[in-house]
Design a protein around this ligand. Structure first.
Ligand code: ATP
Ligand code: MG
Length: 396
């Protein structure tokens, strides 16, 4: 029996509401896994014998998330829960989704459709664990293992192969040898998974505590549709970067390029449906990184002035063993000038001095290049003087 003290009161009240109406209800899936690991779950999932319309009548505030699949979101003051009627899945023909979803009377059937043993546990209102597939033991052994026959489970839904490596990366678990072998055998079915979903799982993997499992998506052939080759890559030092997706994508792409796996970074990120801003910063950063990263503050400012902070941060992320990223952040946080709008003389000041049209921008650019090397000269007086001197030099 687990102590239910760590489960929010509102979630327990929802369980009581269903119990008092004569239904069965359990905490289920990822939240039970995280709870047993002593972590705070991301979200609270419940499963119940109640049908969606019964849930709607029992709770004052519900959102019909997926009535067809039996899911109702119950909204409380501080917590929300996704509550799903016990289900069993029909046949799978597209390697992604069951053709039909059938409501079931039993918790056992509901747990049987779940992907991994550690995700196939349920807990009742009093903390009694229902664990027909040995999830608790696998949790202790830090093992990811499919519920049932792994070949069949990956063939039903190929997304589970990506989830498998993602959970391994997040939890630091080993993949059971039979599950691992089945993952390799069924890798070609990755072609049935939508790129958006691959993007989500890969990004979670890259941002996890053990991002090196991302390398197994590459060598295991799960990304074949997007890469020229599947050579191995070392991703262990992704953990040296902050958990910022852009930075982690940048180092991932850089490593893929060094390994000869990736021809066109921009196209790769576009195919995986990353957002426009991320595509442009990451591909700019990876391109910059091909020629190394500057050692000096002046070099960093020169890069920032030409390519902008987002791209330069991504370039620095490609060298996690050096302190390039910290140096970039320090320059950005300092008041040293590396952008036209930080220059002590504005366009209006140059116009007042008699400069016209494109000459204004050209002079500002010259001043910026000067100030980047001589930061102490970024004052109106010093820059005016510099313009005067240049005029005289021009006359001589
Ligand atoms: P997270 O911490 O990412 O929320 P989670 O385990 O809660 O992890 P969800 O995607 O929220 O993952 O799914 C909730 C539960 O639903 C899982 O724990 C698992 O039991 C089941 N599940 C989700 N997706 C699948 C799938 N593709 N195949 C089988 N079962 C699944
Ligand atoms: Mg979840």
């Amino acid at each position: 029996m687990e102590s239910m003290q760590r489960v929010p009161k509102e979630i327990l009240n929802m369980m009581d509401t269903l119990l008092q109406a004569g239904h069965r209800v359990y905490l289920v899936g990822g939240c039970v896994r995280d709870f047993l690991l002593g972590k705070t779950p991301n979200d609270w999932d419940l499963c119940t014998s109640a049908l969606p319309e019964e849930m709607v009548s029992l709770f004052p505030h519900t959102v019909l998330t997926g009535m067809k699949h039996g899911t109702v979101t119950v909204v409380g003051a501080a917590e929300t829960a996704e509550i799903t009627t016990f289900r069993k899945d029909g046949d799978y023909t597209d390697h992604r989704r069951p053709d039909t979803v059938l409501f079931s009377d039993t918790l056992e059937e509901d747990l049987a459709r779940r992907d991994f043993t550690v995700n196939a546990m349920a807990m009742d209102r009093h903390g009694k664990l229902e664990d027909p597939y040995g999830g608790r033991q696998d949790l202790q052994g830090k093992l990811l293992r499919c519920v049932g026959n792994p070949d069949r489970r990956f063939q039903e839904d190929a997304l589970r192969m990506f989830r498998c490596l993602r959970f391994a990366a997040q939890l630091g678990f080993t993949i059971h040898p039979e599950t691992f072998a089945a993952l390799h055998r069924n890798a070609p079915l990755a072609a049935f998974v939508a790129p958006e979903r691959i993007h989500v799982e890969l990004e979670k993997t890259l941002c996890a505590e053990h991002p090196e499992y991302g390398a197994q998506m590459v060598t295991g052939g799960l990304l074949t549709a997007f890469l020229a080759e599947n050579h191995s890559v070392d991703l262990t030092d992704l953990t040296k970067l902050p958990r910022e997706p852009r930075l982690r994508w940048a180092l991932f792409c850089h490593r893929l390029r060094i390994a000869g796996n990736l021809r066109d970074t921009e196209q790769f990120l576009r195919q995986l449906r990353l957002d426009r801003q991320t595509i442009s910063s990451v591909s700019a950063g990876v391109a910059l990184a091909e020629t190394g990263f500057p050692e000096t503050t002046v070099g960093i400012k020169q890069l920032l002035s030409r390519h902008g902070a987002a791209g330069v941060r991504c370039a620095a992320a490609c060298f996690p063993e050096s302190d390039g990223l910290q140096r970039v952040e320090a320059v950005i946080a300092s008041d040293e000038c590396y952008e036209l709008n930080q220059l002590a003389l504005k366009g209006g000041d140059l116009a007042a001095m008699g400069y016209r049209g494109t000459e204004i921008g050209a002079q500002q650019r010259r001043l910026l290049d000067w100030v980047i090397v001589h930061p102490e000269e970024n004052t109106p007086q010093a820059l005016r003087q510099r313009l005067e001197d240049a005029k005289h030099d021009g006359l001589e």
